[in-house]
Design a binder for this molecule. Structure first.
Ligand SMILES: [Zn+2]
Ligand SMILES: [Zn+2]
Length: 590
């Protein structure tokens, strides 16, 4: 081989690595781009956080980034030209934990109580909805939160009975970890004062021992919600489509949907077959707390391509989700020290695991041996320690890199947990927290009453993660908090609660990060946890043209404005999937 081609090859490799078009002096690049974006401020989120004016693509993939002149020189005569008119573009935002099928079903078929402000408000909505139902038909709602109700207390069966007498009602709490039934539903469930709490769940009771209508954790599923007819594949497809459309309006192009059911999997596959799954979707299958369920998942996943390979267009079967514990809002998560209630210790309540800890460890060992990615829901410090110690044990016994086992939520990790995460990430490419910045906002008023200041300050410890070398993925846990990622960008910086009931910032700001770090968590760091980092999450040659164009620069606006960013254009694989009616951005096909 002569020196010249070698030098050329080296130059090309360098050029690709730098993400720039061929430099002057090299052979002119072919005019091969069928799409260019020009006149922008494009935040690439590459390793150097490079900002460029323009981007060229072919067949939905980036071929070059650079100045307007460099990129225009790559454009074919018939290329589509998107003129950004100075707007800021980012990689499409990624949510590493959003139940978009469940959330979409809520939007399409259920009563949304996320903005209900009082019990009377809830009752008025229930009464209106009940009038549209046949007698006996279930009335389903979701999103209520006692911390957002003027009365500041749980909804009870009696509140529901006052307005709905001939339909069973189930209203799921915003966390999904508890809900309330009316008396018609209690009768159907056969629950009364004599009913015992089932394993891994509690029946909320009044002073006389009678059920109030509130069921927590497994009590909801085992006693009430298993009676509700499930949504079918067609309904689930409609729910997923509603979520995908919301994602596009919000500049979001990839999501991990954890804990899916077989029906949801069928719905995703059908949408993919029909060419209507126009975002990167990575799913985790639901695991029941038993080994048979693990074995069934291992068999199911063995028949599917391993991530990052797609099982269908834009659809990756990433792995499985296991629940270690419950919720911080319900005070059921497994903690070392008792929970607080109304500012004082709730003596004797340190939560509980939702699975036998030894069984959990066995399940993870089995999944790991099969090379399957595990995401474990762990909220309380004691649950998180058990999960990271489990990951450390299975990885020590079988040091396979790259399975990326995750700690979902990881709300109040101990120093030990954070050290272990850092070591697992470094040594095994595993042990990543998949966390939800908007928890401190949307359910922050609820959460703030449930812990003392020392533990509140440890919630979502992003600064400590940075200092300790822990990388995290970000998300919404939709429908637990709203889906738009801009709320999470803001919450990562602001750490303010929705209503400020316990002071505006009961979690303090010592663990806040800047918008640049928050953007990284919602793009390339989340891409990693979707096995998508070679495909999306930053704007670099070879990657998919997944782009969001904003009305303002997220890195230049005051913190409060991050929450109100408006997405003007969203591209997925180079295709326009959202375009705001009023925007200076132009799209011209020649
Ligand atoms: Zn969870
Ligand atoms: Zn979740």
């Amino acid at each position: 081989m002569s020196h010249f081609p070698r030098a050329r090859a080296l130059a090309l490799a360098l050029t690709l690595a730098l993400g720039l078009p061929l430099a002057a002096g090299a052979a002119p690049a072919a005019r091969d781009a069928d799409l260019i974006l020009v006149n922008g401020r494009i935040l690439t989120v590459d390793a150097q956080d490079r900002v460029v004016e323009a981007l060229a693509a072919r067949g939905g993939r980036i071929v070059a980034l650079g100045s307007n002149g460099q990129v225009r020189a790559r454009a074919r005569r018939d290329a589509t030209v998107i003129d950004l008119h100075g707007r800021t573009a980012t990689p499409g935002l990624i949510d590493s934990h959003a139940h978009i099928a469940q959330g979409g079903l809520g939007v399409v078929y259920q009563l949304d109580l996320g903005d209900a402000s009082s019990i009377a408000d809830v009752q008025a909505r229930l009464a209106a909805r009940a009038r549209t139902l046949k007698p006996g038909e279930w009335l389903l709602g979701l999103g209520w939160d006692e911390a957002k109700l003027a009365e500041g207390r749980y909804l009870h069966a009696a509140d529901l009975d006052a307005v709905v007498a001939s339909n069973p009602v189930w209203l799921e709490h915003t966390t999904g970890h508890y809900g309330v039934a009316n008396s018609v539903a209690l009768d159907l469930a056969g629950v009364d004062a004599t009913t015992r709490d089932p394993p891994f769940g509690t029946i909320d009771r009044d002073a006389s021992g009678a059920p109030t209508g509130v069921f927590k954790e497994a009590a909801g599923e085992n006693l009430v919600t298993h009676l509700i007819p499930p949504f079918d594949v067609e309904q689930t497809k409609a729910g997923i489509r509603a979520s995908l459309e919301l994602m596009h309006r919000e500049g979001m192009t990839a999501v991990k949907d954890p804990d899916i059911s077989p029906t949801e999997w069928e719905a995703y596959r059908a949408l993919a077959r029909e060419g209507r799954l126009d975002a990167h979707v990575c799913v985790l299958f639901h695991t029941d707390p038993d080994l048979a369920s693990a074995d069934a998942n291992i068999a199911r996943l063995a028949a599917l391509p391993k991530p990052p390979a797609a099982a269908a267009e834009n659809l990756v079967a990433c792995g499985v989700k296991i629940y270690m514990d419950g919720s911080g809002a319900a005070r059921t998560a497994w903690v070392y020290k008792d929970w607080y209630k109304d500012g004082a210790p709730e003596t004797g309540n340190s939560g509980f695991p939702l699975i036998e800890p030894a069984l959990y460890r066995d399940m993870v060992r089995r999944y790991h041996a099969a090379g399957i990615h595990v995401g474990t829901h762990a909220i309380g410090d004691r649950a998180i320690d058990w999960v990271v110690d489990t990951y450390a044990a299975v990885l020590k016994a079988r040091p396979d890199r790259g399975v990326r086992h995750a700690i979902i939520h990881a709300n109040i990790p101990t120093a030990h947990a954070i050290e272990t995460m850092a070591a697992l990430e470094r040594d095994f490419d595993a042990g990543y927290p998949e966390t939800q910045p908007p928890f401190t906002w949307w359910i922050g008023d609820n959460y703030a009453a449930n812990l003392e200041p020392e533990r509140l300050a440890r919630l979502n410890p992003y600064q400590t993660y940075l200092r300790s070398g822990v990388r995290w993925a970000a998300g919404s846990d939709y429908p637990i908090t709203p889906l738009p990622a801009r709320y999470g960008l803001w919450a990562s910086v602001a750490r303010e609660t929705l209503r400020g009931s316990h002071g505006a910032q009961p979690f303090g700001t010592a663990e806040s990060v800047d918008a640049r770090t928050a953007l990284r968590a919602y793009t390339i760091w989340s891409a990693h946890q979707l096995f998508l980092e070679r495909e999306s999450g930053s704007l670099e040659p070879g990657k998919s043209v997944d782009v969001a164009v904003w009305d303002r620069d997220p890195l230049a606006v005051p913190t409060a404005a991050l929450k109100d960013l408006s997405c003007e254009l969203t591209l997925f694989r180079g295709r326009v999937v959202h375009r705001a009616a009023t925007s200076p951005v132009t799209v011209a096909a020649r």
